[in-house]
Design a protein around this ligand. Structure first.
Ligand code: SAH
Length: 418
């Protein structure tokens, strides 16, 4: 699931992207100075990094990853301690230019966005997403037979119907958006009235016809851009702790992992900026100010990836706590090609691994398109790499303190030349 785009457009320059606020910062002062100097001298926006030009902090070299599927908490300055200390609040309060779209935030459009049929159409048409959920549910009839299922955020009721068809004893389908009323009709029209109870309201506020610890299986499609945007997982974890049967209860999905890799993306970057230079003969280049400050939500081609990949978050949905979505991790990326790097790209996988026939839903560039696309974090200036060099640093993410559905993301990057 990912929130209707119209509802989250708050930036003048990124009409298609949500407001994942990010702050890609150069942490190493020496590195920064070297870069600035070179830019001045060569009059170029590009920076060639070689070993002799860059001083890496002696006590902070690339973290060693024996297994890049295993996340490593960051110990870098500015990325440790409670998440309240990770960001300078002022970074996010100051408007980036005189004109901004901040007023668009005056009302919380979250549930309103899920009341339009367009967003549900988009999700249902996302075949990778919907078919993987169907495989995980209907492909595991033995796991669902005679089970009591809770579908959190049922939307049109599609996952509830999969669960009923898989043999569930009863399914409770809950959604706070107007779509719940359609789900009721859909359930009736398809003959599942006796099997599926649709309830309209917030998961956390409804009076429910079942008691604590009485649910065998929770199914939910709660994932947002960059996995945790929208913070819907909070309510899923709350419901797990209250309603899931202790010991035997199942979460579908049960694991979520977030990855990063480095990409070459000169073509897209220049297309995005050049457009504004001449719009029907009008110079609108001011619109590009801050264009690459917020992440772009878009698809990238797998052959734009120039490094290996590294996991930065690994959530066990059976045991995680609500606040584990706020994380600070190291990443380390080895370059597979000699090329320029323009951005970090990130994507997530969720796994249904506790059922007999396991399924992994991947939103990565190596897999089929999904409506989550990828989240792309551009750096100020491209970096030139030689095959074998390492880009490493920290990435932290927390809920925005004024709107918990948004994210603040900070990334540092350092280069270790071969
Ligand atoms: N399960 C559907 C829809 C997923 S979209 C499908 O797979 O197609 C997520 C849905 O969760 C939205 O319709 C949204 O309104 C609902 N939702 C999010 N948080 C909720 C909450 N706290 N209580 C009830 N519904 C919620």
């Amino acid at each position: 699931m990912s929130e209707a785009k119209e509802a989250v457009v708050v930036k003048p320059v990124s009409s298609n992207e949500p407001d994942l606020k990010s702050d890609i910062s150069m942490i190493d002062e020496n590195e920064n100075k070297t870069m600035k100097k070179e830019i001045k001298e060569n009059k170029t926006e590009e920076v060639k990094i070689t070993k002799s030009e860059i001083k890496i902090r002696p006590k902070f070299s690339a973290p060693y990853f024996a297994d890049k599927e295993k996340t490593q908490p960051s110990v870098e300055y500015g990325f440790t301690g409670p998440s309240d200390n990770w960001f300078s609040e002022n970074n996010y309060k100051n408007a980036k230019s005189k004109a901004n779209f901040n007023d668009a935030k005056k009302h919380d459009p979250y549930f309103y966005s899920y009341s339009s049929h367009h967003i549900h159409e988009e999700m249902l048409k996302d075949k990778s997403r919907t078919l993987d959920y169907q495989r995980a549910i209907e492909g595991n009839k033995a796991d669902f037979k005679d089970k009591v299922v809770l579908d959190i955020g049922c939307g049109t009721g599609i996952l509830s119907i999969f669960a009923a068809r898989a043999g569930a004893k009863h399914v409770y389908a809950i959604d706070n958006a107007e779509i719940a009323l359609f789900a009721k009709e859909i359930v009736k029209k398809n003959g599942f009235e006796g099997k599926i109870t649709v309830l309209k309201g917030k998961m956390e506020e409804l009076d429910l016809p079942f008691g604590d610890g009485e649910i065998d299986i929770i199914v939910s499609e709660w994932m947002g851009y960059f996995l945790v945007y929208e913070s819907m997982l909070d309510c899923v974890i709350w419901a797990r702790d209250k309603f899931l049967k202790k010991g035997t209860g199942l979460m579908l999905p049960d694991r979520a992992q977030l990855y990063v890799a480095a990409i070459e993306d000169s073509q897209y970057k220049s297309e995005k900026t050049n457009f504004w230079n001449n719009v029907y003969g009008v110079n609108m280049s001011v619109m590009t100010g801050g264009l690459f400050v917020d992440p772009m939500i878009d698809t990238i081609k797998a052959n734009n990836i120039i490094s290996d990949t590294c996991s930065i978050l690994d959530l066990d949905l059976m045991t995680m706590k609500k606040d584990d979505v706020e994380f600070s991790s190291f990443y380390s990326l080895k370059m597979n090609y000699s090329d320029k790097m323009h951005a970090l790209v990130s994507w997530f996988d969720v796994s249904f691994s506790k059922v007999k026939n396991k399924v992994v839903l991947s939103t990565g560039p190596y897999k089929q398109y999904t409506h989550w696309k990828q989240s792309i974090f551009y750096i100020d200036r491209p970096l030139s790499f030689t095959k074998g060099d390492t880009l490493y640093g920290s990435i932290c993410s927390r809920r925005d303190r004024t709107n918990f559905r948004e994210l603040n993301i900070k990334i540092s990057y350092h280069v270790e030349a071969k």
